[in-house]
Design a protein around this ligand. Structure first.
Ligand SMILES: [Zn+2]
Length: 103
């Protein structure tokens, strides 16, 4: 049974369990997973992810069955979490996005 980590908040504590990736057979494996359960009921969000962070553009997260790159999810969630994008341009013209905290 995975260890339940409580994330304390203003009202209810989120209950978080983590599972490392594992091989099921020679050809199949299960991704690493984070399950976040509501503090007041059994509603949950399940996030499957790669154990290794290669790059935000090529790593995928599957959140409740919806697949997207880390970069895509960052654009969805960062504003909700109090971050805004700061786009800078290097000498060669390559654009780089960093995230600035608004809080
Ligand atoms: Zn609830």
């Amino acid at each position: 049974m995975p260890k339940i980590e409580k994330v304390e908040g203003e009202t209810f504590s989120l209950r978080v369990t983590r599972r490392k990736s594992r091989k099921r057979s020679k050809r199949t494996s299960e991704s690493a997973r984070i399950r976040v359960k509501c503090g007041c009921c059994d509603e949950a969000v399940e996030i499957s992810h790669d154990d290794r962070l290669i790059s935000p553009a090529s790593n995928f997260l599957e959140i409740n069955g919806v697949m997207g790159t880390v970069q895509e999810w960052r654009h969805v969630f960062a504003p909700l979490l109090g971050f805004q994008p700061v786009v800078s341009t290097a000498k060669g013209g390559a654009k780089k996005t960093t995230w600035e905290s608004l809080i």
